[in-house]
Design a protein around this ligand. Structure first.
Ligand code: HAM
Length: 427
């Protein structure tokens, strides 16, 4: 009999990796609690209409990627219903906000969630059909301050803190404003106009998007289309005064607390509900699927799914991608030796072996090169294998002062041999 396997794009999470998942989730819960968020758990499947209306019919998620089925009626009194495995959690949270009348408290609702989401995308590194998100939403009536740019900045500052506490290094925050509900039609009209001429030169997806949802053209990843996209109108030029002021206030609050960001005018994101602030945190180590998390403001979403005015902002992080990043960082740190010793000439090999022995006895992880290598090759090998390189030439041997270069910072220092072990241990 043929063996049965986990469905394409799904996988089992096993120990010891699950320990890392628990660490990530516990850290997130701890940080969210400090910002006074509470947990929400919404159903894993919802009425298909929720996503069609909330996320947008023309988005890739709704038009191509949802797991949707017709749920048969079980009794005469029941009606068949189209149901969908949730591809994201924001629409579900807003539905729950409306259904549970959370707006009637008059307070901001600060809700977080951790759980599986489902999208029928082409699986690749960092992209799965069942994946996990850790997300949070801040939503409430305008009287509770839900429209304030301070809410946007607070969410972004919380994310910077969370990533730091998770030990994720080297992330980048990209920020944009996609304008309000009234800015957007003016921009889309200008985009449509520009695309009349340009779309025929673009990929077939873009040709279709130019008609159905021109904003999505800006998301296109096809390399040949990029120079054309650069020439299209920019949304920043279509923001009205209040949207401009909102964006400037978000930036000013981030500046005040030292959260670094870059403005990316093309960041429109793949869901239709966004207004004003949109953002993504990316990480270079992830390859093509480099978005660790994404989010933004959705001031009109509640009304679109039949609720009261309830502006909000939120994000969702790809937990699978956080784990991949943490694993890559751990592998990198584990694999790198403390130092690579480069004897400068074969005559220095014996002295280099002796130096390596002493450093290893001092507990350091040492790679020993070879005096037969040219200096350039020693640097190349050292850079792959170790954090630092120690040069041992005739001068160094005589003076007892060694040259040590740190590959990450590029800093080069002279260290007496007697202090070398201590200095290599320092970081
Ligand atoms: P999203 O950008 O579609 O936004 O997804 C957020 C994050 O989920 C992505 O940055 C990525 O890390 C992860 N992700 C998405 N698809 C996959 C996949 N197939 N495999 C692995 N990871 C994936 C949203 O979902 C919005 N609901 C975020 C939001 C919340 N906006 C406002 N509030």
């Amino acid at each position: 009999m043929s063996t049965l396997k986990a469905v394409r794009g799904t996988r089992d999470l096993l120990p010891p990796e699950t320990e890392l998942w628990n660490f990530v989730e516990e850290t997130a819960r701890r940080v969210f609690a400090r910002y006074n968020f509470g947990e929400i758990r919404t159903p894993i499947f919802e009425d298909t209409q929720l996503f069609a209306r909330g996320v947008g019919e023309e988005t890739d998620i709704v038009s191509k990627e949802m797991y949707t089925w017709e749920d048969r009626a079980r009794a005469q009194s029941e009606k068949a219903q189209s149901l969908t495995l949730r591809p994201e959690n924001t629409a579900g949270v807003v539905r729950a906000y409306i259904e549970n009348k959370l707006g009637e408290t008059g307070l901001l609702q600060k809700l977080y969630y951790i759980g599986p989401q489902f999208r029928r995308e082409r699986p690749q590194k960092g992209r799965y059909r069942q994946f996990y998100q850790i997300g949070a939403e801040v939503i409430g009536p305008p009287s509770a301050g839900s429209e304030s740019p301070l809410r946007d900045a607070e969410v972004l500052e919380m994310l910077a803190t969370l990533l730091t506490e998770l030990g994720i290094e080297g992330w980048k925050l990209e920020l944009n404003s996609v304008g309000s509900m009234s800015d957007r039609p003016r921009y889309i009209a200008a985009l449509r106009e520009a695309l009349k001429e340009k779309a025929p030169l673009m990929c077939s997806d873009c040709q279709q998007r130019a008609n159905t949802n021109p904003l999505r053209v800006l998301d296109c990843k096809v390399p040949e289309d990029q120079p054309i996209i650069e020439t299209l109108p920019k949304i920043a030029d279509f923001l009205d005064e209040s949207s401009k002021a909102h964006f400037a206030a978000v930036c000013a609050a981030l500046d005040a607390c030292g959260v670094a960001y870059s403005v990316n005018p093309r960041l429109v994101r793949g869901l239709d509900y966004y207004t004003r602030t949109t953002f993504e945190f990316t990480h270079g180590g992830l390859g093509a699927q480099n978005a660790l998390l994404g989010g933004g403001r959705y001031d009109g979403l509640s009304e679109v799914i039949g609720g009261p005015k309830a502006p909000g902002i939120g994000f969702a992080m790809g937990e699978d991608r956080l784990i991949l990043t943490l694993q890559a960082q751990a592998d990198q740190k584990l694999a790198l030796a403390d130092a690579y010793i480069a004897p400068l000439g074969e005559a220095l090999n014996p002295a280099a072996l002796e130096l390596a022995r002493d450093l290893r006895r001092a507990g350091l992880r040492i790679e020993l090169g070879d005096g037969g290598f040219r200096l350039k090759k020693s640097f190349e090998m050292g850079n792959k294998l170790a954090r630092k390189i120690v040069l041992l030439g005739e001068n160094e041997l005589q003076s007892g002062i060694l040259t040590v270069k740190d590959f990450a910072s590029g800093e080069q220092v002279k260290v007496p041999r007697t202090e070398l072990a201590q200095s290599l241990k320092a970081e």
